[in-house]
Design a protein around this ligand. Structure first.
Ligand code: NG6
Ligand code: CA
Length: 517
């Protein structure tokens, strides 16, 4: 009796503190390089995404949901740690052989969920480094520290990106299908081994690539960096999406009796875009659109799996993307030519790599059938908030120092609060900008965008910076800094408080920022 009473009291106490005691499954579906306008529920043309549209219609579709940065590694870092990536100097686009950049001694979303009793998994693209920086790392033996050391009970992933060696999958701490007699070596500095590269054997290529992507040829595609060995382990790009999906389904089905947390990080639609043949031609946008259709279909399958197992209603799903869209990113796949009138970044300017809104404004959908009333929301939310918001939902206290920049946006995620944050910092290639209310401020510096081959479009931002009212001007065309000097001053002061000073310096991004090292 006493026990029951104290349980009742502690539950009411938690409830009165605004903390829930629920333990739904939590599934984060993270797309790669899918822009704000790339899904039909966000206005895409030339590509249909019926499964994601249905998810959006049954949950909340956000119009001001952000990735914390305009490239992959920093956005993923923020999502998993709740810390802005500019606080970690290693959080830039990483080569495939970089050491792990998340500190296993600090809490991250996976370690938190594990300690809250969840069965945790990573499936998909990692790109946050592996091993230590002391030279001890070896692809051929126990890979560690790795996702497992960060709290993922199960992990099936590739080290970096599809266009970076090593082109293999890793399951927990081992390369999958590795033949010990054919050990893997990887190098980004000097070439390793003597296998054909895009430079030495261009006739073997099934798609032409720029010189940055002219390293070792795997599956007819030259990659960034060189590798040797691991032939039996090498992946086939066309099967990647199905491979990840099948691992995710196995994981969901294996944790039927326990709440699960899965970070499902799809590779679509990062380059090289090689969707499975059954999706080739499924859009009018060429491989880029076909990869979006493949992603949508995958989301549909994940949902079907939850439904089949009777756990869909008890699963909170957050779907978003790591950075804005890019049409040409190193391979001549025809994505620019076939793009037609499709606006991959929706009404926004710029895309991947850029500080314009298109770099970080993302599709952002939160669904929890039965708990969330469907609708749309203009609340200002960021992926850096996911960790703290989920912690508020589960109710287990966050460890001290965890999620230093993330805010509890649970009410916004649940569709109850339509304001969200007061402001958030956007990062692109080691520069920052501020979104506050309807305003966006870009301090003096350079805004960089990807053009075509060897083409980077650079826009100089002169003092006092650029100020836009996004409500009237989502395309960031009309600078209002002269009309609102006080706002400029106030927003600059916030940026100076939030971000390290070197992110506010007027400098052009170098090789390190662009992931060329
Ligand atoms: C860049 C690559 C690009 C892509 C990107 C990482 C060049 C010219 N560009 O360095 O192709 O791999 O890194 O993309 O090499 S991300 O989505 O993982 O951030
Ligand atoms: Ca990306």
């Amino acid at each position: 009796m006493l026990k029951k009473l104290s349980l009742f009291l502690s539950l009411t106490c938690l409830a009165s503190m605004g903390m829930a005691t629920e333990k739904p499954n939590v599934l984060i579906i993270y797309a790669d390089d899918i822009g704000y306008g790339d899904l039909s529920c966000y206005g895409a043309s030339g590509v249909e995404t019926p499964f994601i549209d249905r998810l959006a219609n049954s949950g909340i579709r956000f119009s001001s949901g952000y990735a914390s940065a305009a490239t992959c590694t920093p956005s993923r870092y923020s999502l998993l740690t709740g810390e802005y990536a500019f606080r970690n100097k290693s959080a830039k686009i990483l080569p495939g052989n970089a050491p792990l950049i998340i500190d296993p001694n600090k809490a991250n979303i996976a370690s938190y969920m594990k300690s809250a009793g969840y069965n945790t998994a990573l499936v998909g693209k990692w790109h946050l480094g592996l091993g230590l920086a002391d030279g001890s790392f070896d692809w051929n033996s126990n890979i560690k520290p790795a996702p497992r050391e960060l709290g993922f009970d199960y992990s099936f992933y590739m080290a970096a990106t599809g266009d970076r060696v090593p082109s293999v999958y890793i399951e927990n701490s081992e390369v999958v299908d590795l033949d010990p007699n054919d050990p893997i070596k990887v190098s980004y500095a000097k070439p390793v081994g003597s296998e054909p590269t895009g430079i030495s054997h261009p006739h073997l290529l099934t798609v032409q690539a720029d010189k940055q992507h002219a390293g070792t040829i795997v599956n007819g595609i030259s990659r960034i960096g060189t590798m040797t060995g691991g032939h039996a382990a090498r992946f086939k790009d066309e099967d990647m999406s199905d491979t990840y999906l099948n691992k995710a389904i196995e994981f969901i089905e294996s944790s039927k009796d326990q709440s699960f947390f899965m970070y499902f990080a799809a590779h679509d639609n990062h380059v090289p875009r090689r969707p499975h043949p059954r999706f080739q031609g499924s859009s009018s946008l060429g491989p880029r659109g076909d990869a979006i259709v493949q992603f949508d279909w995958t989301v549909g399958k994940l949902i079907k799996t939850l439904q089949k197992n009777g756990i869909y209603k008890n699963t909170l799903i957050i779907l978003s993307s790591d950075n804005g869209p890019v049409l040409f990113d190193g391979y001549w796949e025809g994505s620019r030519v076939k793009n037609g009138t499709h606006k991959a970044a929706g009404p926004f300017r710029g895309g991947k790599y850029s500080l314009w809104e298109g770099g970080t404004r993302m599709p952002f959908i939160v669904s929890w059938p039965g708990k969330i009333e469907p609708g749309t929301s203009s609340a200002l939310v960021s992926q850096v908030d996911i960790f703290a918001s989920i912690a508020a939902l589960i109710g287990q206290e966050l460890p001290k120092d965890a999620s230093p920049d993330g805010k509890n946006m649970l009410d916004a995620f649940m569709g109850k609060d339509h304001s969200g944050r007061d402001y958030l910092v956007e990062e692109a290639l080691s520069q920052v900008a501020l979104r506050m209310g309807d305003w966006k401020f870009i301090p003096p510096g350079t805004v960089t965008e990807r053009g075509g081959l060897d083409e980077w479009i650079k826009t100089a931002v002169h003092p006092p910076g650029l100020l836009f009212n996004l409500a009237d001007d989502p395309g960031e065309t009309t600078d209002l800094s002269k009309q609102h000097p006080k706002k400029v001053k106030a927003m600059l002061a916030i940026l100076k408080k939030e971000a390290p000073s070197k992110f506010l310096q007027n400098k052009t991004p170098g090789k390190a920022q662009l992931g060329f090292e």
